[in-house]
Design a binder for this molecule. Structure first.
Ligand SMILES: C[C@H](CCC[C@@H](C)[C@H]1CC[C@H]2[C@@H]3[C@H](O)C[C@@H]4C[C@H](O)CC[C@]4(C)[C@H]3C[C@H](O)[C@]12C)C(=O)SCCNC(=O)CCNC(=O)[C@H](O)C(C)(C)COP(=O)(O)OP(=O)(O)OC[C@H]1O[C@@H](n2cnc3c(N)ncnc32)[C@H](O)[C@@H]1OP(=O)(O)O
Length: 420
């Protein structure tokens, strides 16, 4: 690429943004990965020296610094790093950061521009603030879990997508961006209390606000969008695959019937609740007569709102997704979703390298944040970053297979790290 064309590539939307993400389980890593995908320089602060395995499988585009925050030099180092950062993401239950002397009153006193994002299940206050929990507990407490599941079955949590990721990682990233925008006007940072319970509840506003419309008057699994309706359901095909049907509006429902070879004049009204169970059986027996490919041939290109239920492999190779390059392959041939949404001028440019090893970039990050070689040596001598840990990092690098991967120095590879 010529120098001219290289110069013409606009910086990513978040380039220059310095983010410290304290290593956590699932939500905070997604939050950090989103920011990194869109250009932020994200440093994951891992535990040292006791970490042996990276919990973060969403380390794309991040670098790793290992610190023992329980020892005064480690906590002091984080304080100093926060002095030069824009955003701190912390994923511990309420009180942990305060116990470490790293609460917001300390860090924001030293850096009033800091956005201090606290991503927890239950939030910073309330009866459960100090309790352990996981996605399913947060979805339960939000009220949403009571709505999920098929007829006559127990409530069902759809993997850990709702709390950890939608209500947690994504909304926390949104909170950070809102706070950053506000900071351009006030010059001040702020604390973000991102509770996953509230995140899911917020995301489920439609459910709350449609209560009065009669959408949800029937028991779980018997309503319009919760697998009660025959036209909003999945159906097994003759080859053991599935089709998804979402033909809600009458004109689309008509096309569904046409594709199935049915005549609406000979059927009950679309919204006749009492006929739904029978209609489901009818649709199921028809879908079971053809393969998924055959049904795709019938419905593709129509407005019947019928699509194949794809496996991950099939999703990545589906023509539509390929046409949009919706999935990317990293340098280990691992396929994952491309960052979304697509920005027209400054789209995300995700790293295609492996995720970072724990502590892999400790020294280079500390140097970038203004530590001298002597100070870093002092941290070493204080066993903050002990020889055994260094050996471990070397072993990780040699084995190469223990951890998913991507060392990407913001300064060298993307030119988007701005030293403080
Ligand atoms: C359902 C999901 C969770 C699913 C995750 C699993 C799918 C994955 C978990 C483990 C993964 C595997 C593993 O990594 C090994 C392999 C790795 C390989 O790369 C891939 C394959 C693996 C097999 C991998 C596979 C999978 O990825 C896994 C199986 C969720 O719901 S996640 C959401 C959980 N909730 C929250 O995050 C809300 C806020 N947090 C909390 O409530 C608590 O943190 C939590 C989660 C309840 C945990 O409580 P815990 O008591 O453990 O921690 P805290 O009270 O928060 O305190 C943290 C303590 O740690 C100290 N500390 C932190 N950093 C440092 C540091 N740098 N140095 C020193 N010390 C540190 C801190 O001071 C606290 O100490 P104290 O307890 O003494 O105060």
């Amino acid at each position: 690429m010529s120098r001219r064309s290289a110069a013409a590539i606009p910086a990513m939307a978040l380039s220059g943004l310095r983010v410290l993400e304290l290593a956590g389980l699932a939500p905070a890593p997604l939050c950090g990965m989103i920011l990194a995908d869109f250009g932020a320089c994200v440093v994951r602060v891992d535990r040292a020296p006791r970490s042996t395995v990276a919990v973060d499988v969403q380390g794309r585009g991040k670098r790793s610094l290992a610190l023992d925050l329980k020892r005064p030099p480690g906590a002091a180092a984080l304080r100093r790093l926060c002095g030069g950062a824009d955003v701190l993401i912390e994923p511990f239950r309420h009180g942990v950061m305060e116990k470490l002397g790293l609460g917001p009153e300390v860090l924001m006193h030293e850096n009033p521009r800091l956005i201090y994002a606290r991503l927890t299940g239950f939030g910073q206050t309330g009866k459960y603030a100090k309790s352990a929990g996981h996605d399913i507990n947060y979805v339960a407490l939000s009220g949403v879990l009571s709505k999920l599941g098929r007829k006559s079955e127990n409530p069902y949590a759809p993997v850990n997508l709702l709390a950890d990721f939608a209500g947690g990682g994504v909304l926390c990233a949104m909170g950070i961006l809102i706070a950053l925008y506000e900071r351009t006007k006030s010059g001040k940072g702020q604390i973000i209390d991102a509770s996953m319970v509230e995140g899911i509840a917020y995301i489920s506003s439609f459910l709350w606000k449609t209560q009065s419309l009669g959408f949800w008057n029937r028991p779980r699994g018997e309503n319009l969008l919760d697998s009660g309706a025959p036209f909003y359901e999945t159906y097994r095909t003759s080859d053991g695959k599935f089709m998804a049907v979402g033909a809600i509006e009458p004109q689309f429902y008509e096309q569904l019937l046409k594709g199935l070879g049915l005549d609406s004049d000979e059927l009950p009204e679309q919204l006749s609740f009492s006929d739904w169970p029978e209609m489901k059986k009818k649709f199921a027996s028809i879908f079971a007569k053809k393969t998924q490919t055959e049904w795709c041939r019938i419905f593709d290109g129509t407005d019947a709102c019928v699509t194949p239920v794809l496996s991950f492999d099939d999703a990545a190779s589906h023509q539509h997704n390929k046409q949009r390059s919706s999935f990317i392959k990293n340098d280990r041939e691992e396929i994952s979703p491309r960052p979304a949404p697509l920005l027209s001028r400054t789209p995300a440019v995700p790293s295609l390298k492996r995720d970072p090893f724990i502590g892999e970039h400790t020294e280079e990050i500390l140097l970038e944040y203004g530590f001298t070689k002597n100070e870093i040596a002092q941290l070493y001598s204080d066993k903050e970053f002990s020889p055994p840990a260094r050996r471990l990092f070397a072993e990780q690098r040699d084995e190469g297979s223990l951890f998913p991967v991507s060392p990407l120095s913001c300064s060298s590879k993307r030119g988007r790290f701005v030293p403080g």
